[in-house]
Write a protein that binds this ligand. Structure first.
Ligand code: GAL
Length: 344
């Protein structure tokens, strides 16, 4: 196991965690972000996530890509919520709503970093204190995000946090996978499995509407692995509206199941099994439209050239208690964990 460290631009570092099997996970303190994940396939490195070579490119092209997203990852309708009878109004940055914690949030900050290597585990922990009132959110919030890579080809993301005032907190990571290693190629032929009997439908602004909809007999039924293509081709109005998937899947969390989700490359050579302590996954099939043709590391992105599996509480929980709670009480300890097991 080892970690190498290099500059990733002015004041910004890139850490590459590597295990004895040759898996390389690169992360940066700029947005506590995943930049690159490579595994050896047939003697060549395959690049499994989308990303850019420089901080400037992230800022120009997509500053959310691979980053830690918070304080609240999903959309907050009209940026309003209530905690213990107190009303809050946070920054509005998309159609009169709040997306990804408001403007210039976790993803543009330079986090403190600390690395550690043992024979079996390499970790980098990024910490950031979001000051009270940042983008309108209450409480000084201390956040720690730890990326770990083990020698059994598992990598994980741990979130820990506490606040000096009761607040809301529902972060995620915004890494896009393309297990074929080519963002020019749609993920349509990847196989996806998600252990969810229900998903949350959206309105035209992509806000949840407080409804849990059964996946049965629909394109949203990924309980048995199937090609993603169906969500791009069918006439389901929810898919048509967003041009694919941009939806929360409410995880079943049966004791019998081993994983929460599984993604397999088109050629079947690479797979990722996801297990999370979070209650939902937002699956976004990079529906950026035909005009978003940005050059990435080694090819140019095309529509649907990536897929996110964003672990979190179902967005809208601040309005719809049936989705769970995102309140982090004063001095309470927040801890969520997601493990991604690689097969190649
Ligand atoms: C997703 C969100 C999408 C899109 C994307 C951009 O999490 O659900 O609608 O906005 O982020 O980063």
């Amino acid at each position: 196991m080892k970690i190498t460290e290099k500059s990733f631009g002015k004041l910004v570092k890139l850490y590459t965690l590597e295990n004895d099997q040759g898996v390389q996970l690169s992360v940066t303190d700029f947005g506590a972000r995943i930049v690159r994940l490579q595994v050896p396939v047939d003697g060549h490195y395959r690049d499994l996530v989308l990303g850019f070579n420089t901080v400037e490119e992230y800022l120009e092209k997509d500053h959310f890509m691979g980053a830690t997203i918070g304080r609240v990852a999903g959309r907050i309708a009209a940026g309003k919520f209530n905690i213990n009878g107190e009303n809050y109004q946070v920054d509005l940055n998309e159609n009169g709503n709040t997306l990804h914690g408001g403007s210039d949030s976790f993803e543009t900050k330079i986090w403190e970093s600390k690395k550690n290597v043992t024979d079996e585990l390499a970790t980098v922990t990024f910490t950031y204190t979001s000051p009270a009132n940042e983008n309108g959110f209450p409480g000084n919030l201390n956040v720690a995000v730890t990326y770990s890579l083990d020698n059994a080809n598992g990598w994980s993301v741990d979130y820990k946090a506490y606040s000096d005032v009761s607040t809301v907190f529902n972060p995620t990571n915004h890494v896009y996978f393309n297990l074929d290693g080519d963002p020019a190629k749609s993920v349509a032929n990847h196989d996806l499995q998600v252990e969810a009997d229900y998903y949350a439908p959206l309105d035209k602004n992509k806000l949840t509407i407080g409804k849990k909809q059964s996946v049965e007999y629909s394109t949203f039924d990924f309980r048995h692995s199937k090609k993603i293509a169906e969500v791009f081709e069918g006439d389901n109005t929810q898919n048509r509206m967003v041009d694919g998937l941009d939806h929360p899947f409410l995880l079943n969390k049966n004791n019998s199941q081993k994983i929460d989700a599984r993604l397999v490359s088109s050629d079947g050579r690479v797979a990722i099994d996801l297990t999370t302590s979070s209650p939902a996954i937002v699956v976004f099939t990079a529906n950026f439209g035909a005009d978003f043709n940005v050059p990435m590391r080694h090819s140019t992105f095309n529509n649907h050239g990536g897929i996110t599996l964003e672990t979190q509480v179902t967005p809208g929980a601040e309005r719809y208690p049936k989705f769970g709670s995102i309140i982090l009480n004063k001095d309470e300890r927040y801890h969520e964990h997601t493990l991604f097991s690689l097969e190649f």
